[in-house]
Design a protein around this ligand. Sequence first.
Ligand code: DHB
Length: 387
Amino acid sequence: STTRVAIVGGGPAGLMLSHLLHIAGIESVVLERRARRDIETTHRAGILERDSVRLLVDSGVSDRVLTDGDRHGGIYLRFGGESHHIDFDALTGATVWLYPQTDVFTDLADARDRDGGDVRFGVSDLEVRDVLDTPTVAFTDSDGVAQEITAEIVVGADGSRSICRDLVADRRQYFREYPFAWFGILCEAPKSSPELIYARSDRGFALISQRTESVQRMYFQCDPTTDPSAWSDAQIWEELQTRLAGRDDFSLVEGTVIDKSVLPFRSFVQTPMRHGQLLLAGDAGHTVPPTGAKGLNLALADVRVLAEVLEQALGKNDPDALDTYSDRVLDRVWRAQNFSYWMTTMLHRSADSSDFDERRQLGELATLVASDAGKTYLAEGYTGWPA
Ligand code: DHB
């Protein structure tokens, strides 16, 4: 069969693109390796930038983010045993929303269903061919039947283990590895704080996030080889309590741990993000470390631009528009790379850091929270730069 745009990957990037193309009257097919239920139960990040919320609401995906999500006017930076509030709203007039990626995915999948979108979950043996000419995607569908779809454009929105990115012939890859990972938990407990706490301690970073009134999300920096199943609830709480301990009246409320996992951690960019009729979006083209929750937001920013470019190229018959895509998105990609790297290195501890490094890090944090200019810089990056 044929379609105009074959989208490899049915995560938030692929589904949002398919939704935006539908609005522009451009037909697409989305192919996703995983089952819908599998994606819905894999916990990911939970913070949406202002423009990500606008995109979900204004494009008609859903306004559930506004009713079920929580608006956050700022965050706390915690170090030296004290919390310092960064008031995004007062500093920039912008805020973020706490709304889990799993809910964003559900809203998008429901919107595609509602609008009659062609989204195929559970496909296997996916192969992309002829991206310089007439792209074809071959796969086995969820009933085990071999299929082939020919398209004008293929979009690789197939995540951090993308197969599409390997098809970019003149690719250049930029990496940064970190000597740590995050241990993430979900627990049954009430909120300990009205907003998120990013904590720097002598034992390393910790993040107190939220999900609902009765379920909380927390992370702490760990060794990348950590086996989460080897950690008891008591050990997890001991570690978190130590990293959040302080001289103020903050108290971390404990509860039963209902999910634990270790998250990979790296910075990665591949350029260019276009090769012939193939374009990359989201994690297929770039990965950020999780500090600051930029990954999903960056993916949505990519597809906002990509939908515009494809509308120009396919809807208005102006194929030169494809040439602009890579440079247009890479500007934000590198800003987000810097922001995520900066938030990470400002708050994490590495095994080889010297006494000098430790004191310098505290000096940076102290300077930041004492300066409206410093706090505004953080607030602008966290809430997201305008398009
Ligand atoms: C969450 C994850 C992040 O990486 C972050 O910076 C903030 C929140 C979360 O999962 O809630």
